[in-house]
Design a protein around this ligand. Structure first.
Ligand SMILES: [Zn+2]
Ligand SMILES: [Zn+2]
Length: 176
């Protein structure tokens, strides 16, 4: 088998390259950047986990997973990490709580027909259920627990607890 002169030169120079320090330098540089990238990925996992996870032990576990196995661990972390940031969860919880407070404050319903009623109504305007008693002197609507009218100081002689008939069961359309 005859080997061309140019081919011979090529392999010769390749051998020279691997034999020389240039190959070592290139290899060391590649390893160096790989290690830097590996540590950067692990640091990113640590930062991301801190924003999503409350438990410091779980954060440590996630960071460890970001380190070992290299790169693959970070991918596994991304598959299983909590979908939301902690601050978003807290913000949403606060919003929901504020909304519930608003609803509890504003929305007063008739216990019988669930119609919207004002807290000064004596009877439900829809189903005529008696909601509260009026003061015998000034006709102001009284709260059920009041023992005396706060507007004219007339004592509430009759018990103001009002017996409501049991609320009707809400008919639900059968699904399916
Ligand atoms: Zn009603
Ligand atoms: Zn009164």
């Amino acid at each position: 088998m005859i080997v061309g002169a140019s081919e011979n030169d090529f392999f010769g120079s390749l051998r020279d390259f691997f034999g020389s320090g240039a190959w070592d330098v290139a290899r060391n540089m590649a390893i160096f950047f790989l290690v830097v990238f590996w540590l950067a990925v692990a640091y990113w996992v640590f930062k991301d986990a801190r924003r999503r996870i409350e438990d410091p032990w779980l954060i440590a576990m996630a960071t460890l997973l970001g380190l070992v196995p290299p790169f693959v661990g970070a991918l596994i972390y991304m598959l299983f990490r909590p979908p939301e940031y902690l601050e978003d969860v807290r913000e949403r919880d606060l919003e929901i709580k504020a909304m519930e407070d608003r609803v509890a404050r504003r929305e007063l319903h008739c216990p019988v027909c669930r119609a919207h009623v004002d807290d000064t109504f004596l009877v439900c305007p829809v189903c005529t259920t008696k909601l509260r008693q009026a003061c015998t002197t000034c006709k102001a609507p009284l709260e059920t627990l009041w023992q005396i009218c706060p507007y004219c100081e007339t004592p509430v002689d009759t018990p103001t607890t009002i017996e409501f008939p049991p609320a009707p069961q809400r008919e639900r359309p059968s699904s399916g």
